[in-house]
Design a protein. Structure first.
Length: 68
């Protein structure tokens, strides 16, 4: 008889490390999505209208004349 065994199974590894890494990646993607959404919402809104106020001044040296 031979002592050689045709196939030995390795002991089963725990699923916890893989499960924790997967949950961490999902959580990271979720948080990044929230951050990007908030950044897009918090951006400056385009101006609806712009008002310019200017004071007109008469030129020096010129006098206004009115018609008689």
């Amino acid at each position: 008889m031979s002592d050689a065994r045709p196939y030995e199974r390795r002991p089963r590894r725990s699923r916890w490390p893989r499960l924790l890494v997967t949950a961490g990646i999902i959580l990271l993607v979720f948080v990044l999505g929230l951050a990007i959404g908030k950044a897009l919402n918090d951006g400056p809104s385009p101006p609806s209208s712009v008002t310019y106020v200017r004071t007109l001044e008469t030129l020096t040296g010129q006098t206004s004349t009115s018609a008689p």
